[in-house]
Design a binder for this molecule. Sequence first.
Ligand code: NI
Length: 256
Amino acid sequence: MLIDSHAHIDDEKFDEDRQAVIQRALDSGVGKIVNPGADEASSRRAVLLAENHDCIYAAVGIHPHDAKSYDENSHDQMLKDWAKKEKVVAIGEIGLDYHYDLSPRDVQKAVFIKQIELAKAVGLPIIIHNRESMADMEAILKDHFSATNGGVMHSYSGSVEMAKVFLDMGLYLSISGPVTFKNARKLPDVVKMLPLDRMLVETDSPYLTPTPHRGKRNEPAYVRLVAEEVARIKGMALEEVEEITAQNAIRLFNLK
Ligand code: NI
């Protein structure tokens, strides 16, 4: 079984054919999908999808793009209430994004820290988004991240050195479509050194579509293409990569 550890099936790009997309995933051996939220509305949609589909699990959280929309009066309690639900398996996606800077950086940091602490309070792992924010990311995780609760650096695209810093903290790293790109410079080296017991695979659907579908909408069925490339780089059988990354996702997210 493959597990797509990060797909936004709730996205409006799937409104026309969501059921068919989920069925194609199941038909191609993707047994479980984790659907993270990015703001209040998408977190709510993720929870609903998870409650209506055995194979879908939800994460809830406010993305750094929307950190400025974080409302302490309502969101703290809302996230805690969602976190009690059986199909809600993580807080995410949360983090820092200094590429787009859609929320002020001090707000991004405060909202990220708040949600890491909330995840610890409710006993859930975190799904982290990190873009061009390494120094602050490292500092915040050093102070607040708990390996006991666990977490994953989603769609990892940084250097081998950065990967080692995150691995030392106890994080998982999730590999996505860009590993299949011809110009994926650093990623193959990251995959080579990445310990098998810390690796997840994901699509980040509808984004980051792997070769040969690049340029089109991504979907969970294509997580196989990511796993195939990981297997090729590591010199392993695809079945082995499927099995190990699925076990990792089950362990991290405590999937039933
Ligand atoms: Ni995402």
